[in-house]
Design a protein around this ligand. Sequence first.
Ligand code: ACO
Length: 309
Amino acid sequence: MNAGIIGIGRCLPEDKLTNFDLEKRMDTSDEWIRTMTGIEERRIARDEQDTSHMAREAAQKAIEDAGIDPAEIGLILVATVTGDQPFPSMSCMIQQEIGAINAAAMDLSAACAGFMYGVVTGKQFIESDVYKYVLVVGVEKLSKITNWEDRNTAVLFGDGAGAAVLGKVSEGRGILSFELGADGSGGKHLYQEEKFLQMNGREVFKFAVRQMGESAEAVIEKAGLTKEDVDFLIPHQANIRIMEASRARLDLPIEKMSKTIHKYGNTSAASIPISLVEDVEEGRINDDDVIVMVGFGGGLTWGAIAMRW
Ligand code: ACO
């Protein structure tokens, strides 16, 4: 039997920062940001709402949605590059609070592809009968590593968390195929130096357009499917132009692609699970749909999954 997602949840900070707010803080415009990225506003966590708080809230909702006893979770994986501190890990911090008293816990660093890496790792433990349930959280408080003086990066990012409980699902459903990859030679294009995130936007853009399309096509083929079988695409919400390129490559109509970037910006490891929750809640994803999720990020890293919901 395949591993699949049996519960989902998310946490979005209440405070909104709009493009118009940013216009007052730096030399930018709503028009530039909307046209170049698709972003209209993003959520920013307050000082007292740290990464572990958002992770915990999303995790609790996913556990409730799955309807499981948290003591049966065997492993917690938290994907983040913006933990409260290097250690203890975010996964250890939430382990006890969510009642996962029997779970092993570790964090995972793969930037925006982190949730894909987490789900694929969790799948291995479930399908080999090591653990009954694995909790995967993607969470970022990017606002704390954003240089608010740098308009090239400050307009792009937002804070939030998304979580999924993995467990066994019936035959033919769940995770059908995956692809993970990395290219350390591209690490120089997207990294944290001292306090702040640094990015060579053009290089990341080129890489993302190529890699998102290739990875999406690869998981479709590995699952023994064709593009026509895909019901819904959830691309990492980094830039609407990158997302559109992967949608075009799969020949999907616009309503079959997840789009939350206008509301939440790029929330890195949290972007795919945040979108997944919204698409399920709003009825864009239904039982038995074939979904392709695809992400890329600093490292450089990438990951894609084909799954039947
Ligand atoms: N407001 C107004 N003008 C701006 C802004 C801004 N916020 N930012 C840049 N500009 C200007 C530049 O100064 C430049 O002006 P010039 O032509 O006079 O020199 C012009 O706009 C074009 O700038 P570019 O950086 O060349 O524009 P580009 O087309 O590359 O778009 C963008 C920039 C949107 C950042 C794009 O490169 C992109 O989305 N890249 C991918 C980013 C990404 O996905 N990052 C993932 C990070 S995920 C993670 O792991 C954390």
